[in-house]
Design a protein around this ligand. Structure first.
Ligand code: R5P
Length: 244
């Protein structure tokens, strides 16, 4: 069967948000790669000028091949939209990211973007984050000691490897993949983790996402972050609404 995958469907939908002369944050991973391919097709067909700020070295190479003009973060005044994948997302549009090891640059780019779109297949939707181990980026010098501390906290850290060698990120750091399932308050867990010297970043993206586009079968479902108003502020903060 030659049907388009859910990942690709989501990516095609996301590319529709891109207009000429925009600066786009370019995510990392297989879903983001579909987005870059389809953006490349639009650039070719429509003669668009698109600037991209990549979240990894791999994405930078692939984006250049697809006709996107690469800029560094310091060169851009603003990033109009960032489009990226995720390893898991929940009802509140909270994410686990970093399965490909790009979480640090991804979080920096997401935090510097006007609008963040996550593209995903339906397997990424969860009622509670944590079936996917949370990636934590650490400086190599401190990684063993951090792993000991995380072990004591019940997070069961596993040092990420690539074959026989330790996996190294674009920033030359290591990744500890941990089990967050025993922890319910993700915000306080995240703060606790970030406070440990030598932890550079975690793959918990709790507030950055504005829209999730999820491929399901042959459709794309939009999950949009609600904008709180005076009346519903308390209940709507962090809640999401299915809009189609
Ligand atoms: O570090 C990698 C990123 O966070 C990816 O966006 C994430 O792992 C999802 O990747 P994929 O689209 O390949 O499932």
């Amino acid at each position: 069967m030659n049907s388009i995958s859910e990942k690709e469907l989501a990516a095609i939908e996301a590319v529709k948000f891109i207009k000429n002369n925009m600066t786009i944050g370019l995510g990392t991973g297989s879903t983001a790669a579909y987005m870059i391919t389809h953006l490349g097709e639009r650039i070719k067909k429509e003669g668009l000028i698109i600037y991209g700020v990549p979240t990894s070295e791999a994405t930078e190479k692939f984006a250049l091949k697809n006709g996107i003009k690469i800029l560094s973060l310091e060169e851009v005044k603003k990033i109009d939209i960032t489009i990226d994948g995720a390893d898991e997302f929940d009802t509140y549009l909270q994410l686990i990211k970093g399965g490909g090891g790009a979480l640090l640059r991804e979080k920096i780019i997401a935090s510097n973007s006007e609008f963040n779109i996550i593209i995903a297949d339906s397997g990424k939707q969860v009622s509670r984050l944590g079936a996917f181990r949370l990636p934590i980026e650490t400086v190599p010098f401190a990684t063993k000691k951090i792993a000991d501390q995380l072990h004591q906290k019940g997070l069961d850290p596993i040092l990420r490897k690539k074959g026989e060698t330790v996996f190294s990120t674009d920033e030359k750091n290591y990744i500890l993949d941990v089990n967050i399932l025993p922890f319910y308050n993700l915000e306080s867990l995240n703060q606790e983790l970030i406070a440990i010297p030598g932890i550079v970043e975690t793959g918990l993206f709790l507030t950055t996402t504005d829209l999730v586009l999820m491929g399901k079968g042959s459709k794309v479902i939009h999950f949009k972050k609600n904008k709180p108003n005076k009346k519903n502020r308390k209940t709507l903060i962090n809640s999401a609404l299915i809009i189609c």
